[in-house]
Design a protein around this ligand. Structure first.
Ligand code: NAD
Length: 396
């Protein structure tokens, strides 16, 4: 029922280094208004994605300072986590919605909880629920990243991707192998195919075979390691023996490739090592590897460094890809804006947030509310360090 209450949802300028995405694009403003949501935008928030203050103002948003946002907004919309200074501005009664990685750093959510901030993280979404799909930011951003990984590989590669027959000679198409064919991997396969490469894909989940072949790529079947399908469509971690067998068998396939793009992840675990030092040594000079799993914990490729491009002694370029979605900022922001708008509309009743963790979607995404960490997974990570204080947060 219409009560006349209106919510102020605010878009802040992202503060993580290299982050060019913005949480809402101007198109979203008119879609949120009928639900009682007015949009405030920090001046310059869309600059990195080529979305001007004027475009937001024309769409009906108010352009304001960061100080006004933290003073007056009910809900702060972000892409990634507000950095400590910005997070310190959040106050009791406010909510923050973004991709906040609470499982990777539960203390951050606990700190906000202790200050009475409601924390909602899109990366906790139950992704297999069909009604949750419009809110699936992990998928939308992986799609963008998988596309960009191929462009990065192509630009590092010293030859063509397509077969080219010209008066100056014939260039054979590049051979591209994609390891890990989830959302990012499938998009990488499609993009490499569109550039004319000869593409193969491999995943430890056998169900991905049909998806790979339907994109016109060959599915690589390993004989030494079977299925490792885990829960919810994800992979499980391999045993030490399986891991060794997989690495050994992959080595001979990798040696025949011009380009390898790796995307393999196992939820809550260090990424599996798929491309060993031996495999890299067996590759020809001029080959390129893009490791989309490169992280501080390690990646899929021996020696990959997040955010850096290195060249091995035998002339193989290894790109430690980091936050590729942020490097296609307008497409990534358009998609993310639809995800976060769908989430905000799902959570809003009569112009206020209606937190109800008996709803399956909310149980996944609501991390902290009413001064407590309410998300079971995050709370269980906090228990050993919180002691008798239960799961209530104490500090940043
Ligand atoms: P992810 O980022 O967790 O991992 C990427 C890929 O790496 C996965 O396909 C995984 O199987 C693979 N992998 C892990 N360990 C490996 C190993 N040792 N060797 C080879 N490959 C390995 O996955 P994701 O892209 O987020 O998607 C995972 C699954 O979730 C897929 O089945 C996807 O279709 C499914 N999904 C479903 C929905 C939905 O139902 N709406 C939405 C999103 C994703």
């Amino acid at each position: 029922m219409e009560t006349g209450t209106r919510m102020k949802a605010a878009v802040v300028k992202e503060t993580s280094p290299g982050e060019r995405r913005v949480a809402l694009v101007p198109d979203a403003v008119a879609k949120l208004a009928p639900a009682g949501i007015d949009v405030l935008v920090e001046s310059g928030a869309g600059d990195g994605a080529w979305l001007s203050d004027a475009a937001y103002a024309d769409a009906g948003a108010s352009i304001v300072s960061a100080a006004e946002i933290y003073r007056t907004a009910d809900v702060i919309l972000t892409v990634t986590r507000p950095q400590p200074v910005a997070a310190g501005e959040l106050r009791a009664g406010q909510a923050v919605i973004g991709m906040l990685a609470p499982l990777a750093d539960p203390g951050y959510a606990a700190g906000l909880a202790a200050r009475g901030v409601t924390v909602i993280s899109l990366d906790g979404l139950p992704r297999t629920l069909s009604r949750a799909q419009p809110m699936d930011a992990l998928t939308s951003q992986s799609n963008v990243a998988g596309y960009k990984a191929v462009l990065v590989a192509a630009s590092e590669f010293g030859r063509f991707f397509p077969l080219l027959i010209t008066a100056a000679g014939t260039a054979r198409p590049a051979k591209v192998l994609v390891l890990g064919t989830g959302v990012a991997g499938l998009q990488a396969i499609g993009t490499a195919r569109r550039l004319g490469a000869v593409v193969s894909g491999y995943d430890i989940r056998p169900t991905s075979k049909d998806e790979v072949t339907s994109l016109g790529a060959t599915f690589l079947e390993l004989t030494s390691v079977g299925s490792a399908a885990g829960e919810g469509g994800y992979a499980r971690e391999l045993t030490a023996e399986e891991r060794q067998a997989q690495q050994d068998e992959l080595t001979s396939h990798i040696a025949r490739q011009d380009v390898v793009i790796t995307t393999a992840q196992v939820p809550g675990r260090k990424p599996p090592l798929l491309v060993t030092e031996d495999a890299i040594k067996a590759m020809a000079p001029g080959s390129v590897i893009v490791d989309m799993a490169a992280s501080a914990l390690g990646g899929n490729v021996t020696g990959s460094v997040p955010g850096e491009t290195t060249v091995t002694g035998n002339g193989v370029t290894i790109v430690g890809a980091e936050n590729l979605a942020a490097t296609v900022p307008t497409a990534a922001s358009n998609a993310y804006s639809r995800n976060i708008s769908a989430m905000l509309l799902h959570l809003t009743r009569d112009g206020t947030l209606a937190i109800d963790t008996s709803d399956e979607i909310q149980a996944g995404v609501v991390i902290a509310h009413d001064g407590r960490v309410v998300h079971e997974g995050v709370a269980s990570l906090l228990k050993p360090v919180e002691g008798d204080a239960g799961v209530d947060g104490t500090a940043d």
